[in-house]
Design a protein around this ligand. Structure first.
Ligand code: SF4
Ligand code: SF4
Length: 117
């Protein structure tokens, strides 16, 4: 079992999750293949200890336990696992303080990705 960062993170990447992960298993992609690995963060499923502390820290509500990933984000589970194919191209990002989204922005982001919850 692992946790998954879904596309709700894309281009949001405020990194609140990185700060709290006790095993530093949340990564950013540093490589050139941005079409495969878009601008979001990724959880290494082999390093994640399934503690769940990242989930409430995510202002965009982008993190799910793998068994709870909404069907519309199913592909994101595999995308997080794909980190294992090219681990050298990933690093733990420096945490930057960014403004928190408003409730309206959070809802708009979900709508953009076809998710309603
Ligand atoms: S806290 Fe959420 S939106 Fe921010 S980088 Fe982590 S997963 Fe992405
Ligand atoms: S569930 Fe725990 S170990 Fe896994 S990514 Fe989140 S904070 Fe890190």
């Amino acid at each position: 079992m692992t946790w998954v960062i879904t596309r709700l993170c894309r281009d949001c990447v405020d990194q609140g999750c990185v700060e709290v992960c006790p095993v530093d298993c949340i990564y950013v992609y540093d490589g050139e293949d941005k079409s495969t690995f878009p601008n979001q963060l990724y959880i290494d499923p082999e390093e994640c200890i399934n503690c769940g502390v990242c989930e409430p820290e995510c202002p965009w509500e982008a993190i799910f336990e793998d068994e709870q990933v909404p069907p519309v984000f199913t592909d994101d589970t595999g995308l997080n696992a794909k980190i294992l194919d090219d681990k050298d191209s990933f690093s733990v990002p420096e945490v930057e303080e960014k403004p928190k989204p408003s409730p309206q922005q959070i809802e708009e982001n979900k709508t953009k990705w076809g998710y309603s919850a």
